[in-house]
Design a protein around this ligand. Structure first.
Ligand SMILES: Nc1ncnc2c1ncn2[C@@H]1O[C@H](COP(=O)(O)OP(=O)(O)OP(=O)(O)O)[C@@H](O)[C@H]1O
Ligand SMILES: [Mg+2]
Length: 265
């Protein structure tokens, strides 16, 4: 994680109560990755018609914890994940990172936090079809760096991308375009892209949803290993109860509310 860039962000150093790290001249606080939501409400509007989706959701995910969110289609799982990751804002309630509110920060600060703290695995991959696997994995770093800074550090950044692509088992597919990858490989590519920024929190929306059960199991094993070995906090949405139970805890959403929170088997 680029500490100096977080330090450039107004409020982040002072509002995130995380471990202090010394970075040359300045002390920067890096997030630990503890996430909670307080009484989150979110509705969508279709014309004048209000569709309440989340109606007072409270969850807390500890640093290094792996939590699954389950619930029927339309129960608000993706909406909740997007709110936690600052892709959208709640109508009511708060999102906290390490105990500090982050949903009300200025837009630019939220953009920087999103790019530094959260890694996203989207429900439908969202890989860019024209780019190779390596280029797709590098895109979050291109967004983070200016063109000049990316160009100057291109060798080092490409090395980082190679390392992460090898970690997800795709070292032999660097130049392949998304259309030349299998479903399981596409999901691994999406995971590599989410990891390239070295996030504290991984938000995964149905990471096994489009895969056969063996390939889904392999992806789950990869997430479990990232959680256990890299202490990555993971919030994973899934339809599949047998996948959900592999997490430390299962949170069930029903009609916009948390129905049950249980320890996994
Ligand atoms: N941008 C939007 N505008 C209007 N309604 C929306 C919008 N996004 C989501 N919704 C509605 O909000 C509800 C919750 O959507 P969400 O995508 O969070 O559900 P989900 O639990 O992730 O479902 P799935 O399991 O099918 O992915 C759905 O009824 C959906 O139609
Ligand atoms: Mg969804």
């Amino acid at each position: 994680m680029s500490q100096s860039q977080l330090a450039d962000t107004p409020n982040v150093g002072t509002r995130l109560g995380a471990a202090a790290v010394t970075d040359a001249q300045q002390t920067v606080k890096l997030p630990k990755g503890q996430i909670s939501t307080v009484a989150i409400e979110k509705s969508y509007f279709k014309g004048d018609h209000k569709i309440p989706v989340l109606r007072g959701v409270e969850i807390a995910v500890n640093q290094g914890e792996f939590v699954s969110i389950v619930g029927q289609s339309g129960s608000g799982k993706s909406t909740l994940l997007h709110l936690i990751g600052l892709l959208d804002t709640p109508d009511v309630g708060e999102i906290l990172l390490d105990g500090d509110r982050i949903d009300d920060l200025p837009a630019k600060t939220r953009d920087q936090l999103r790019n530094h703290v959260f890694g996203f695995i989207f429900q439908f991959y969202h890989l860019l079809p024209e780019l190779s696997l390596l280029e797709n994995v590098l895109t979050p770093l291109m967004i983070r760096h200016s063109l000049w800074s990316f160009w100057k550090q291109r060798r080092e950044l490409r090395e980082q991308a190679h390392e992460i692509i090898a970690k997800v088992g795709l070292g032999h597919r660097l130049k392949h375009k998304p259309s030349e990858l299998s479903g399981g490989e596409l999901q691994r590519a999406a995971i590599a892209r989410a990891l390239i920024t070295r996030p504290a929190v991984l938000l995964a929306d149905e990471p096994t949803g489009n895969l056969d059960s063996d390939t889904g199991r392999e992806i789950l094993d990869l997430l479990i290993s990232l959680n256990e070995h890299d202490r990555l906090t993971i919030v994973m949405v899934t339809h599949d109860d047998s996948i959900a139970r592999q997490a430390h805890r299962v949170v069930r959403l029903k009609e916009g509310r948390i129905e049950a929170v249980g320890r996994a088997a």
